[in-house]
Design a protein around this ligand. Structure first.
Ligand code: GRF
Length: 187
């Protein structure tokens, strides 16, 4: 079985769904103490805290990326899934795992690529939005789309209610997509 590492920074509701849906996880790595790390520990998943704050005021992105790669190598990682991970990693990450870093994003890419996709979708007045699993590339532009799911926008939606409805979909789409991708990777 290929080894999956999940990278987190936040509340970890999607990580929780992966665990509940029996996605095999070799490592959960966090860039800061967070609820997602607690969820992984409580579920008995191997965890690693590689704190970005220890990489200086002028964040040393290359140095931090090296540490992350070292932790991933130590767990013989084959596939990396970002799940609310808030640190942009430097180019060596993508040399190490070409086409093997996935992310889930709360819009139907390529729409609403900015920092606030849910707010922007609502402001634009779209009637349909959703979530996208995509390959992460060294540039800030999301790479190839792997899977998408649509979510209806209601007239009464707020950013919070819409984001929560999108996350409900993300909790189905990401675990299912990761399971499929894992079957395409040879040990
Ligand atoms: C999700 O909305 C995902 O699209 C984005 O970060 C959020 C993670 O949520 N990349 P959680 O921390 O798993 O609750």
């Amino acid at each position: 079985m290929p080894n999956l590492a999940v990278l987190v920074s936040g509340t970890g509701s999607i990580l929780k769904a992966m665990i509940a849906q029996k996605v095999p996880i070799a490592l959960v790595l966090a860039d800061r103490p967070c609820r997602a790390l607690d969820i992984a520990q409580a579920a008995g998943v191997t965890t690693k805290l590689t704190e970005r704050s220890s990489f200086g005021r002028d964040f040393d992105r290359d140095g931090y990326t090296k540490q992350v790669i070292a932790a991933l190598r130590a767990c013989h990682t084959d596939l990396v899934a970002l799940s609310g991970f808030m640190t942009l990693l430097a180019a060596p990450m993508f040399d190490e795992y070409p086409g093997r870093v996935l992310n889930i994003y709360p819009s139907l890419l390529p729409a609403f690529k900015g920092d606030q996709p849910v707010r922007d979708a609502l402001a634009y007045g779209v009637k349909l939005t959703g979530c996208t699993v995509h390959i992460v590339t060294p540039s800030r532009t999301p790479g190839r789309v792997i899977a998408q799911a649509a979510v209806t926008v209601h007239a009464y939606d707020t950013v919070e209610s819409l984001h929560e409805r999108i996350k409900t979909k993300e909790r189905e789409l990401y675990p299912a997509t990761i399971k499929k991708v894992l079957t395409t990777i040879r040990d």
